[in-house]
Design a protein around this ligand. Structure first.
Ligand SMILES: *Cc1c(COP(=O)(O)O)cnc(C)c1O
Length: 706
């Protein structure tokens, strides 16, 4: 970091605590120095401070208003990091006796757009989990990967074909620091397995009070194929994927040991890190000479597992010969034969990571009530004596991250300034009914305009750099009208999400969206996995309709969906649409973000939505009835979608009174906020993880050792 003017030199420190990602006042410190530069660098404070002009830094260092804010923010940071008596954390107040530490392992973490170590919902959820653990004061450490190429940037060609660009990240440009040993040199951890020997280093992303350790195998002493292990997310090639999972699970445990970190509870976010259980068994066998069965009992007692999807692609299975190739001989260290080792994860003759995780954890959960049932049915064959082996903890969102600044100000005013510390208190949220409609509508309109100008700015920038065909300028949102109804649909594009459901009746679609009195606009965004050809074809099918003049610029595809685009969308749209094929959507969280900001959900009764929907806080698409074939299901669901849109949603939105405020619409918005905000928050979610899993498991683990 370059030297900063003395009076504001702690900006450098602020940049490296990702606490700023959920503190708008901290972000505005950077923004105020040079708003244009701040926007152009993906809100990355490390690059920003390096590139900001000396004169701009000097100017704010003498600006009284800036300095007042600076002092206040840094004071808040200090008090956040070391809370004093009267500001005790949720944990200190509610569970003062808890002794223990939670190790949370995940393939991806979505903390902020400037740290592209996530692909989608799983990562953003993991990021929100860490932020909330920090806010609640849980002693949790995260373990993940420092991907050299991050996740890809999406470009859509004129023909609607998704292209993936990978930028090599320069870690010195990111808000992460190398973890050094006592000698001041980076810690290098050895991963020596019977048939693999490699080294890796560790980066630290500080998330408030919670450290996130990121493993990096790109060291010159490693073989090229080992260096590539932390190059990119979700490599489908088993010869990369298995060693990646070995590195996260086994290497992750060794990384913590190298830093003298010893969790008492181990949380596997999805099955990818499940090898951590074998490494911990190996440690016990090696250090204490106990049997594998005894070690396994102890590992189970201290391990919890969250499964995130019923879709096969999300539940890794590998051929046993591929496991042989990567882990040959590891069973000897566990005192097992090869067959016994394979049996631990046996699933139809394959090696299943979800099976391993379920066998090696004492508690397992799905991520919504419905998903808990679906997952229990899916894995019931493993548990002949237990009809409900998988419990559920419904997902939530980190409210400080996802609430817009002006909605926050409204909540400050009507719920009281301490509302963020009491997010899960349902009674508190009754006060949303006290917000005057005109004020709420003013904020809603502001974010609709912000979203429109965001799309236009992007379209303009591409236009002047000649990187797109004119029709793509329209397809990227140049003609969107801020006043008209806006429906958002943003997510990954696997086929089960049925992103093109609305194309089943194009004449009706065109008639609805181009109605001159009551137009409708539909904004799409989302990436398809680069190897998912059917997903990329869905984007193409949509794009062709979007480009067509019949849709009048009222359908849009926003490229390169990330947390920044997500924020603009969930802050701005009026309706959040979701069309998964039930029951494939385990939870979904983007609709929760939209609800918090005053959008109404319009969704299949899948994932979280059956728990939230009450008939007056949003709409369902279809019913819970299951049809015999996918085709029949799709026909019924799409008919329901069009009927509800035409007969209920559009009329309600355009039912505007003389004061130009849609009062009846806002009644639904308030009902939606009141019912969704407290329940679908990570404050509710993480405190539930603590009470249902971390605390009992931590205590059981302590008893087992004693
Ligand atoms: C919230 C979020 C997701 C998850 O949304 P789903 O509803 O689970 O599809 C994915 N990507 C980004 C960038 C997000 O912010």
């Amino acid at each position: 970091m370059r030297s900063l003017p003395k009076r504001i030199e702690r900006l450098g420190e602020l940049a490296y605590n990702l606490w700023w990602t959920w503190r708008p006042d901290a972000q505005s410190l950077f923004q105020r120095i040079d708003p244009v530069l701040w926007e152009s660098l993906e809100h990355n404070p490390v690059r920003f401070l390096r590139q900001a002009a000396r004169k701009d830094l000097n100017a704010v260092a003498k600006d009284k208003r800036f300095l007042d804010l600076y002092d206040r923010v840094l004071d808040d940071l200090d008090r956040y990091v070391s809370p004093t008596g009267e500001e005790a954390t949720w944990l200190q107040r509610n569970h003062p006796d808890f002794k223990g530490q939670i190790g949370y392992f995940s393939f991806e973490f979505g903390i902020h757009e400037c740290l592209p170590l996530y692909a989608g919902g799983l990562g953003v959820l993991a990021g929100d989990h860490l932020k909330e653990a920090s806010d609640l004061g849980l002693p949790l450490v995260g373990v993940g990967f420092m991907y050299l190429l991050g996740y890809f940037r999406q470009r859509v060609t004129e023909d609607g074909w998704q292209e993936a660009d990978y930028d090599k990240l320069d870690f010195a440009d990111l808000p992460v620091t190398a973890v050094n040993g006592p000698n001041g040199e980076p810690i290098v951890v050895a991963l020596d397995l019977p048939n693999r020997s490699m080294r890796f280093r560790i980066w630290l992303a500080q998330v408030g009070r919670v450290p996130l350790y990121l493993l990096d195998a790109d060291l010159p002493e490693n073989r090229p194929q080992d260096r590539a292990l932390t190059q990119r997310l979700y490599n489908p090639d088993p010869d990369t994927r298995i060693p990646q999972e070995v590195l996260l699970g086994i290497g992750g445990v060794r990384a913590l040991r190298a830093m003298d970190v010893h969790p008492t509870v181990w949380h596997m976010n999805e099955g990818h890190p499940a090898f951590l259980t074998l490494e911990r068994a190996r440690e016990m066998i090696d250090q204490e000479g106990i049997s594998f069965d005894d070690a396994r009992q102890r590992v189970r007692a201290s391990t919890v597992f969250t499964t995130h999807t019923p879709v096969p692609a999300g539940n890794d299975t590998f051929a046993q010969w591929q496991i042989d190739r990567q882990l040959w001989g590891f069973w000897d260290e566990l005192g097992l034969s090869r067959d016994q080792f394979m049996d631990l994860a046996e699933q139809d003759g394959l090696y299943g990571m979800t099976v391993l995780a379920l066998r090696m954890a004492s508690k397992a959960n799905g991520v919504s009530k419905l998903h808990g049932e679906v997952a229990s049915d899916m894995w019931a064959w493993m548990f002949p004596k237990n009809p409900r082996p998988i419990d559920y903890i419904t997902n939530g969102i980190h409210v400080p991250t996802w609430v817009s600044r002006r909605m926050k100000r409204l909540y400050d005013q009507y719920l009281g300034t301490g509302w963020m510390d009491r997010v899960m208190d349902h009674d508190l949220w009754k006060a949303v009914y006290d917000i005057p409609d005109s004020e709420l509508w003013t904020v809603r309109k502001h974010y609709k305009r912000m979203l429109v100008s965001f799309m236009r700015d992007r379209a303009r920038r591409k236009w002047v750099t000649h990187t797109q065909h004119p029709v793509q300028t329209i397809a990227s949102g140049a003609l969107v009208e801020p006043g008209a109804l806006m429906i958002g649909f943003a997510r990954r594009f696997p086929t089960y999400k049925r992103a093109t459901m609305i194309l089943r009746d194009i004449p009706r679609l065109v008639r609805l969206i181009t109605d001159p009195a009551r137009p409708v606009q539909i904004l799409y965004a989302g990436k398809s996995h680069p190897n998912d050809e059917p997903g990329k074809r869905l984007i193409q099918d949509l794009y062709r309709v979007i480009k067509n003049a019949d849709t009048a610029g009222r359908m849009v595809f926003i490229e390169d969906y990330d947390m920044n685009v997500a924020r603009y969308l969930v802050h701005g749209v009026d309706v959040w649409m979701n069309t998964p094929r039930r029951p494939h959507e385990a939870s979904g969280t983007s609709g929760m973000k939209a609800a918090l900001n005053g959008a109404l959900n319009f969704s299949i009764l899948d994932g979280w939505w059956p728990e939230a929907w009450n008939g007056k806080n949003g709409w369902r698409i279809g019913t819970e009835q299951a049809y015999a074939t996918n085709e029949e299901q799709d026909i019924a669901d799409s008919r329901s979608l069009f009927d509800t849109l035409e007969n209920e949603i559009i009329p309600l939105y355009y039912d505007i009174d003389e004061d130009l405020v849609p009062h009846r619409w806002l009644q639904w918005v308030k009902e939606s906020i009141y019912t969704c905000a407290p329940e679908f928050s990570t404050m509710r979610m993480v405190s539930q993880y603590f009470e249902q899993m971390y605390r009992p498991v931590g205590e059981a683990a302590r008893r087992a050792v004693a």
